[in-house]
Design a protein around this ligand. Sequence first.
Ligand code: ADP
Length: 326
Amino acid sequence: MIRKARIKLTLLYSAIFLLLFWSLSFGTYAWMNQFFGDTGKIHIDQAYRNDQERDSLSRKESPNDVIMDELRNVLVTIDFFLLLAIPLIAWLLTGNALEPVQKAQKREKQFLTNASHELRTPLSILRAEMEVALKKKRTPTEYQQVIQSAQEEVDDMSALVENLLFLSREQTKNSSPINEKIDLTDLIAECIARLQQRAKQKDLKLTLQPAKKELVIRGNPHLLKRLFTNLLENAIKYTERGSITAKITQIKELAIVEITDTGIGIPREHQEKIFDRFYRVDESRSEQGYGLGLSIAKQIMDVHRGTISVKSQSGVGTTMKITFPL
Ligand code: ADP
């Protein structure tokens, strides 16, 4: 599709520019012809007639004709050169202009491939479990186990579909209003309260260090809750022992939130890529998840004109740093 568009654009630009340049050269020739062509000939010819070379002139070609011949040759050469150069330049320029579109198309294709792959895995697990269960008569407890496992797979799939829908909706429409006044401490405290139980189950200490004074930002509370929940959930997921802290500070016109855990950390070579869609550091350590949480977080920060970055050391822990303009 992109190639077709490139060919069409090249042809269109070539036709427009060739027409323009050829009209220009034709115009130049016609304009010069007024002075040196048949009508303008008289003046110069008369001057030559008064010259000492008048005799020889009768044998030679008139200088007007020589000038016009020269001009024609130059213009034809230029026009021929343009016939080759313009399509080539147009091809290169359209390629350059279409590059972002091509990249976006490639990304979308990759996104679709990944999404369908991720959906296929739990679906085939579901199918296999049901097939095994239906092969012979089972006890009620066995049926219950199969249904329970199926429910877990369905929950996973629902979470994935919800994340995919979120990404595509936010990307295409940028629909969410982001101008509500939000007390950052209250919002993060609410997210922490909801996850406290999950942290306790793993024996992790989950605490909030609020800023010295109230920090109010403009944003969308729904999106920001999702952002902090994603980051805190990751911190819980990838920490086996120790603590998780959400620290809020202010530096000049910036509100800064740092979520620090004492978990497994992220190796340096992966740190740049973890914000990409479907990127997971290592399948074996990501027991749950599809590699979408951080790309959603990044998208939410883009909408809020803020930044998100990671500082991490394998085996020591991770800090996710978020900054908001105040
Ligand atoms: P996932 O759903 O797989 O957790 P994310 O986009 O949230 O996807 O994260 C991408 C990858 O970054 C994860 O697979 C995980 O390996 C790594 N990661 C994210 N947060 C942390 C963290 N706090 N500690 C260690 N690794 C992390």
